[in-house]
Ligand binder design. Sequence first.
Ligand code: C2E
Ligand code: MG
Ligand code: MG
Length: 717
Amino acid sequence: MPSTTHEDSWRESDKEIKEQLGLLEAYADATSDWYWEQDDSFRFTKFVGSDAEYQRFSLSSLIGKRRWELDIYPTENCKLQDHINDCTSHRPFRNFEYEVIGSNGNTRCFSISGVPLFDDQGKFTGYRGIGTDISDLHQNRVERKKHETRLNQVIKRIPIAGFAIDTEHKITDWNATCEHLTGLASTEVTGTRTGWKGFYLEPRPLLADLVVDNAPDNTFKHYYGNHYRRSTLIEDAYEAEGYFPNILGGCWLLFTATPLKDEEGSVIGAVETFHDISHQKKQEQQILRQAHFDSLTNLPNRFLALDRLTMLLNEATRNQTKVAVLLLDLDQFKKVNDSLGHDVGDNLLIECAHRLEENIRSGDAIARLGGDEFIVIINNVNTVEEVEIIGRNLLKKFREVFKFEGRDLLLTASVGISLSPDDGDDPQVLLRNAELAMYHAKEVGRNMCQFFSQRMNAGVTRRLQLEEQLHSALEKGELYVHYQPVVEISTGQIEGAEALLRWNNPKLGQVSPEEFIPIAEQSGLIMPIGYFVLSEALWFAHRWQQKKKFQLNVAVNLSPLQLRDKKLIARVEAELTRYSLPGDRLKLEITEGVLLGNQEHVTQSIKALKALGISLSMDDFGTGYSSLSYLRKYPFNIVKIDRSFIQEFETDATAPALINATIAMAHSLGLEVVAEGVETQTQFDYLKLNKCNYIQGYFFSKPLAEDAFWDLKDLPI
Ligand code: C2E
Ligand code: MG
Ligand code: MG
């Protein structure tokens, strides 16, 4: 019986084993795991479960092999030598990972756990354990690792400086550009709250710190003043800018910080980027400067001047003091520009700005309003006398010679003054009234100061009216030409005529050319008007020839602007052709001012005019510079002695001698002389005696309309 009992118990345990194996198989079938066994030399003896064709990788083909005899590719977690050591020391092991290549070339990754087995005597008999295919997990891990590396590289290498902090305000990232800009290494700040060291000398929150804390508006304001704003580009983001004297030798940085959030939307930190906006700032400041300062003289411009004036006026009202506005305009500055060129003009304006700057008190302000107009604002004025002294002193400074390229220039200025509150308490009104006073100073004789008075309004209104009306005068046929005969003294014959422009306006009546020609020149209207006169005059000469059958020369005044016109020669030539007149029938009168600059194109124009046979007259000789050198240097044919000289003949004892000398000098240079403004017999006789060639003046005839001119008779000699 005992054998039966033994057999029974054997059967029992066999059944138990089979049941357990069955359970194991069932478990292995239900999962993708497998069960394995090894003998005492670590050779596989059994696989249960996914043995057959697991993912086309035959586990059973491994029977008889040791694990480390397989083609193992170590994964990151594979520590093969540790595993071998564990096995040979008969220690259990868990989650040993390795990659193998199956017969079909597929790579699989396994995770294996095993326990050593011992018999009753404690002798090692092998291992058993389970294996799991973790290929997918492994693949995911590899991908994630790659992704992380890429992301790290992007953060690290992106050429935008940036850093990130966590909710504890510790730096988690600090990229290479950030290192470069701040000079602070990532290793120094990562994990600390000392990111501020990259920017500031003292600890203070960075923009990202405020963003992580979801700080209220006034906290942002406290740290960044008005230099912060909500980003218009990125939701949740804040922007702030600041100047950092210690970074890159002083630069402006623009920061953008935005919260970092997890999948649920909870804030887990903040990221902040920044970049150098110094260039942009510089441009902004430049634009701001251009809007407020005059680029030539660097003085504040009209805009800033009015701003300052408004401020000072408010202050003056509070303190019950006065503010004076001095408007300074250079006298005949246009002449400088016209004759010496714009470079000299510009330099002169710069020098004027210096003189003003040097001669004002520290609390006062100056500005350039445009052109040759400057404004001086005087603060804290108590009496009118104070201002008058300042004004006179400025004029004195302007009378000192200006030196340019070895040339001495004399320049004067006219100053108009208005005072608050009597002449207005509004900046615009004060400025306008100072301007009126300035125009008045010019009218009265220049080089002086004038205080504003209500009476001045009328005078300026006229100037504005003239300007307005002149614009349409040509079009409306209000302009016409009169002719003043020029008589040859020796024969008494009418030799020619000077064309003199006239303007009759329905509103303003008859306006003198002395009044409107300067306005026409300033506005550029002199160009069309000047060519109109030329055309009229040549037409007159043409009809004279047709009617009277003898030649008459016409003299036309040429404005400096016209002489600088590139089309001048072509136009003159075209007009001559149009009326079939030879060039020697035309005389062009210019004043010497135009020659001062010694400009090449003026010289060229004069040469070209001469080549057409045209005569050149120097007009108004005796006024202005009266430089003999111009008479010698340029090919003039005629000198016209200014009428002011002739008219002083009887009153000024030196006048006859001067007239005489001028005639002699002109003759010695081979030039003929016309005396202008001859009104009396005495004048005529003296001129005749001194061999003046021609006269022009009321003594013979006033400028006449064409019809009246035809009835003129020669002067009986
Ligand atoms: P101007 O070229 O010196 O012309 C001579 C001026 O003297 C004329 O003044 C003429 O009327 C005036 N006059 C002539 N004889 C006498 C006299 O015996 N006594 C007095 N008191 N005056 C006399 P007007 O016509 O008023 O012209 C003034 C200036 O206007 C001219 O001086 C000339 O510089 C300018 N002008 C006139 N027409 C033109 C023009 O078509 N183009 C340009 N650019 N300027 C012109
Ligand atoms: Mg003239
Ligand atoms: Mg003249």
